[in-house]
Ligand binder design. Structure first.
Ligand SMILES: Cc1cc2nc3c(=O)[nH]c(=O)nc-3n(C[C@H](O)[C@H](O)[C@H](O)COP(=O)(O)OP(=O)(O)OC[C@H]3O[C@@H](n4cnc5c(N)ncnc54)[C@H](O)[C@@H]3O)c2cc1C
Length: 381
């Protein structure tokens, strides 16, 4: 593993860094202005990135990206994190929907759907999880029945992030219940703006509603909006899931490091850096943040060498969620009641971190992957 950037990579980083310094996002709306105002601000930020070709540099040039290499994409996310700017609003479209379409979409589908994902004109959400199907996604029950040239969808999805802003949903539904559960699924591009789709926001512990319940009752999806062929939904869904952690790890590890720096500042302001217990905690967290950064880079090396991601994606996601929870808990212990004041930044971080070990794959499931695929232990039942 060589951690030195090539000349081309350094030039890419410098160009992006200069652009970010010259073109920061506008001031964010105040918290009292609500989540919709915040989302509109992030959407505007994506348009600004888009206008300068920075919305998704990892996309191939023919689809409006820059054809950036994996390392350059990692640099992109690190630099966004380091500049303390938000991720583009249509993050699920850019990171999951677009790349899945590029692999499985027909030419017509790519032409129709990719440009508005990039420009944030059409927001995408991911309709995978259901009340009784999360980790075991293949057991999902939402049904799609053919009716003329359409499919009629009925069922319920849950934890659908950003559904309230979305035009399209990457929806996996059962089209055949006679075959093995993985084989009876199909992947649909469902228009959210129709009477058969009801979006009900779920309030989280932070007070926000990032995600929603989706009640789908007779929603219609034309046959041309099946992605990757009828009965092939599991393979298409895997393409989406494979993309779920790529790149983001670099953004998240930088953000975690910044949070750690803030905790160190708080400890210094309280003259606590010499306290051996505090120093011990900070040292451990620093070490973990650094291991996370290096493991994320090691994942890149694996893809470059072998053409596909290794188990590092599971490892970094697990390490990040555990360390972020440990860090925010330590901040709360250090700051005392001040960290628990509702609406404050530290209480937000502490509460939001609870979901880290669930979203994008639970820690237990990630541990299973590491146990089976890295350590070669017997399969979990
Ligand atoms: C902030 C956030 C945003 C999300 N956004 C989306 C989204 O946009 N779209 C979407 O489709 N979903 C989304 N999710 C859902 C997320 O993908 C699921 O929560 C996750 O897959 C787990 O599924 P579940 O909640 O049904 O839990 P379950 O799968 O029911 O798991 C319950 C518990 O059992 C454990 N468990 C399950 N199976 C095993 C096993 N084989 N071995 C050991 N332990 C096991 C789990 O680790 C967990 O502790 C989001 C979740 C969060 C927290």
């Amino acid at each position: 593993m060589d951690l030195t950037f090539s000349e081309k990579e350094t030039a890419f980083r410098d160009e992006l860094r200069a652009w970010l310094a010259a073109n920061p996002p506008s001031d964010p709306p105040r918290r009292e202005e609500g989540e919709e105002a915040n989302y509109a601000w992030r959407r505007e930020w994506q348009r600004q990135l888009y206008d300068w070709g920075w919305a998704a540099p990892g996309w191939p040039a023919e689809y409006g990206g820059r054809g950036a290499t994996l390392t350059e994409s990692a640099i992109y996310f690190e630099e966004l994190g380091a500049a303390r700017v938000p991720l583009p609003a249509n993050v699920l479209g850019l990171l999951l929907g677009g790349p899945t379409l590029m692999v499985w979409g027909t030419d017509e589908q790519k032409e129709r759907y990719l440009p508005p994902i990039l420009s944030a004109e059409e927001i995408w959400c991911q309709g995978f999880s259901e009340p009784d199907a999360g980790s075991d996604l293949a057991s999902l029950k939402t049904r799609a029945v053919k009716d003329g040239d359409d499919w009629v969808i009925t069922g319920q999805k849950v934890w659908t992030s950003g559904a309230q802003y979305s035009k399209w949903c990457m929806l996996v539904a059962r089209t055949d219940s006679e075959v093995a559960k993985h084989k009876g699924l199909s992947y649909f591009l469902m228009d959210m703006e129709q009477p058969g789709v009801q979006v009900v926001p779920l309030r989280q512990i932070t007070g926000e509603s990032e995600f929603n319940e989706l009640f789908i009752d007779g929603a219609r999806v034309p046959d041309e909006n099946v992605l990757g062929g009828v009965g092939n939904g599991w393979r298409v869904a895997l393409a989406t899931l494979m993309n779920e952690r790529s790149g983001l790890a670099f953004f998240l590890q930088v953000r975690m490091r910044q949070l750690l720096d803030s905790v160190i500042e708080e400890a210094a302001a309280r003259d606590l850096l010499d306290d051996p217990v505090v120093a011990d905690h900070l040292g451990e967290l620093y070490l973990k943040a650094e291991v996370l950064r290096l493991t994320a880079y090691r994942g890149l090396t694996t893809i470059e060498k072998y053409g596909q991601p290794g188990p590092e994606g599971s490892l970094t996601k697990w390490m990040w969620s555990e360390t972020n929870q440990q860090l925010t808990q330590f901040a709360a212990d250090l700051l005392g009641p001040e960290a628990l004041t509702a609406g404050g930044p530290w209480s937000y971080e502490l509460l939001r971190a609870r979901g880290n070990s669930l979203e994008g794959g639970t820690t237990e499931v990630l541990k299973n992957i590491v146990a089976e695929r890295v350590l070669g232990l017997p399969k979990a039942r």
